[in-house]
Design a protein around this ligand. Structure first.
Ligand code: GDP
Length: 452
């Protein structure tokens, strides 16, 4: 995933700086230059990057940092704050309320992913107990209704549209009326797109908006446009009352960072990002957890949400218990590998953790990653119960490694590599020691504590 590459470059730069014995101006500059390069490659506007660099240098006055202070932590925090500032439009969007009818209208250019995103948005809310419905008011693109119908049927979401009617305003009005009567609490209206911004598109949007009186207008844009997102978002905002933005295709384009920061500069809140073609490749966009994840600090609130969302209720206590103990044994690693290979729910949960996703299973290299995981599992099959249940990596000394290598037909070097991976994952896991099982509504407090 391209964003993971940006995150990887930034966290590597911080890591390299941490490895230096003394952090002086030269080391700090090298780190900042590395981060600058990564952000520019993501098409983030030069001025934003330069300001960020200047601000960090202002905050981190190396001479003032007393010897006892943890310079790395202070610098990391400054980078974190600056990236948050860059991506935070400082304005929350309207949030629909469950049980109370809201109309949400989607606008955007053709091909931006608007229709796909409508269904993702509906599906996301349906999983959280909403009663969504989809209205296809896109009469411009042939096949738009079929596409929406197909997606909606797959997700078992009611839909409305017409093959005969060519007036989008009429369809939108009828659809919204009908679903209001059916007590749907989230009525989503998909409108037409065009290849480029033009008067006809904006006029049609205005008419549909007048007829349906949406509580929220969401502008969908493709991340591949990078910095140009600024102009596009501005143009749409000036024509309709855009209340929120969803940036799509964050999985495939190197310009994602640029698009996100450009949207933030228009003071429009990004509420979700699309990270793939599938229905559930859709993530809530919340600046702080997003940047935490980018910096490899882990997205704890997303992680906990995911546990509640995808792990069956009866398995949650056991998993949370293991997490709270913080002891990561090789057996737990084995079980998690099994889950990842099955791509079962827990596999999805662990993909939220920095170490489990970007490095162990980089997107686009799934085959290699799977082969690696299988290799590790074969080696673990040659371990004794004592070895699997210990959380002390020192137990597995050289002679044990040799035995494991022989037993599994692998080279000792590979066993050593697996043990390194184990230590790395154990470190991430240990951060969750003392985890309190949160009740509803306590997620954000927990994420604050864990990011501190
Ligand atoms: P519309 O013309 O704006 O309604 O766009 P569509 O919803 O038809 O999407 C255009 C193409 O983009 C389709 O092939 C989608 O599968 C694809 N797409 C949409 N969102 C994403 C995303 O987040 N990631 C990726 N990789 N593809 C996406």
């Amino acid at each position: 995933m391209v964003l993971a590459q940006l995150g990887g470059s930034i966290s590597r730069a911080i890591q390299q700086m941490s490895n230096a014995t003394i952090i002086d101006e030269k080391v700090l500059n090298e780190c900042l230059n590395e981060i600058t390069r990564a952000l520019l490659q993501s098409d983030v506007q030069f001025k934003l990057v330069r300001d960020m660099q200047t601000n960090i240098k202002k905050i981190v006055n190396l001479d003032d940092l007393a010897a006892g202070h943890n310079k790395r932590k202070i610098i990391q925090q400054a980078i974190f704050n600056e990236l948050c500032k860059m991506l935070d439009p400082g304005k929350p969007s309207f949030t629909p309320k469950k049980g109370k009818t809201s109309v949400v209208m989607f606008v955007g250019l053709q091909g931006s992913g608007k229709t796909t995103t409508c269904t993702k948005y509906a599906y996301y809310h349906q999983k959280k107990g909403w009663k969504p419905a989809l209205v296809c008011a896109d009469t411009f693109r042939a096949g738009a209704f079929d596409q929406l119908k197909q997606n909606a049927t797959k997700a078992k979401i009611p839909f409305y549209g017409s093959y005969m009617e060519s007036d989008p305003v009429k369809i939108a009005e009828e659809g919204v009326e009908r679903f209001k009567k059916e007590n749907c609490d989230l009525i989503i209206v998909d409108t037409s797109g065009r290849h480029k911004q033009e008067a006809a598109l904006f006029e049609e949007m205005r008419q549909v908006s007048e007829a349906t009186k949406p509580d929220l207008v969401i502008f969908v844009m493709d991340s591949s446009i990078g910095q140009a997102a600024f102009d596009q978002a501005q143009a749409f905002k000036q024509s309709v009352a855009v209340g929120a933005v969803i940036v799509t295709k964050m999985d495939g384009h190197a310009k994602g960072g640029g698009a996100l920061s450009a949207v933030a500069a228009t003071k429009s809140p990004v509420i979700f990002i699309g990270t793939g073609e599938h229905m559930d490749e859709f993530e809530v966009f919340d600046v702080k957890p997003f940047v935490s994840r980018l910096l490899g600090m882990g997205d704890w609130s997303g992680f906990m949400d995911k546990i509640h969302e995808v792990v069956p209720m009866d398995q949650q206590p056991e998993l949370l218990q293991k997490l709270s103990e913080g002891n990561f044994t090789l057996r737990i690693m084995y079980e998690q590998f099994q889950n990842i290979l099955k791509m079962g729910p827990i596999g999805q949960v662990f993909s939220m953790l920095p170490g489990f996703s970007s490095e162990l299973m980089p997107k686009g290299r799934e085959k290699e990653s799977q082969a690696k995981i299988k290799r590790y599992m074969t080696m673990m099959d040659s371990m004794t119960n004592e070895e699997l249940d210990s959380s002390n990596p020192k137990l597995i000394n050289e002679s044990r490694m040799m035995r494991i290598a022989r037993g599994s037909g692998r080279h000792i070097r590979e066993v050593m590599e697996m043990m390194e991976e184990y230590k790395r994952l154990a470190k991430i896991w240990s951060k969750m020691k003392g985890l309190k099982i949160p009740k509803k509504g306590e997620m954000s407090a927990l994420s604050r504590n864990m990011n501190a």
